[in-house]
Design a protein around this ligand. Structure first.
Ligand code: E4P
Length: 214
């Protein structure tokens, strides 16, 4: 399973890259706004740090507007993937982008049928938002399961990118289901590394090692 980092924060990206675990980055307008910096500058810096797909979201509401808005974004790096909202205009744009060889990530997916339509339109990625479904008492991971069930029957090249991840259990479930990609907040990535028994084990080994005669 590929691991993307869901952030626009350069320090978090640097730390994750140093771990050698990051295959790509996803951003969204809220994450970019949190940084308080110009979008294109942040995007260029992310692309310089990570050699993998970097999702940059458009905010236009028409297909034509999305295509126009994407131009300076794709000019930053060939690794930029245009993140498009799951709307009728978004799907029109996805088709046009795919004809131009531009990769897209269809975002804000909350049903398996939305994912199927995005795949048919030619999306490179579909992003089911798991945490936001959990937030409204719907089991988000069931959506990933439904999408992957559909994928089993057809020859979609679209990758299922599990998004809106809130905790390590989401990551475990996504991996057990065979999702292609998971995008993680930095804090969740760090949680994955840790186990209290690992820490206790290291502490005990170090204590015992100090008793070994030199
Ligand atoms: C994914 O691409 C989105 O940026 C992200 O996962 C949304 O997560 P949230 O629901 O925690 O805002």
């Amino acid at each position: 399973m590929q691991i993307f980092l869901d952030t626009a924060n350069l320090q978090e990206i640097k730390e994750a890259v140093a771990l050698g675990l990051i295959d790509g980055v996803t951003t969204n307008p809220s994450l970019i706004a949190r940084e308080g910096r110009r979008f294109l500058e942040v995007l260029a810096e992310i692309c310089a740090l990570v050699d993998g797909p970097i999702s940059a979201e458009v905010v236009a509401t028409t297909a034509v507007g999305m295509l126009e808005e994407s131009k300076p974004l794709t000019a930053v790096s060939p690794n930029v993937v245009i993140k498009v909202p799951m709307t009728a205009e978004g799907l029109k744009a996805v088709r046009l982008f795919s004809e131009q060889g531009v990769k897209t990530n269809v975002t804000l997916i909350f049903s398996a049928l939305q994912a199927m339509l995005a795949a048919k339109a030619g999306a490179a990625y579909v992003s089911p938002f798991i945490g936001r479904l959990d937030d409204i008492s719907q089991v988000g991971m069931e959506l990933v399961e439904d999408i992957l069930d559909i994928w089993d029957h057809y020859d979609f090249s679209t990758e299922v990118l599990v998004a809106s991840v809130r905790n390590p259990v989401h990551v475990l479930d996504a991996a057990r289901l065979g999702a292609h990609v998971v995008t993680l907040p930095h804090a969740v990535l760090l949680q994955l590394l840790k186990h209290p028994l690992t820490e206790l084990g290291i502490e005990k080994f170090l204590k015992d090692w100090n008793r070994v005669p030199v």
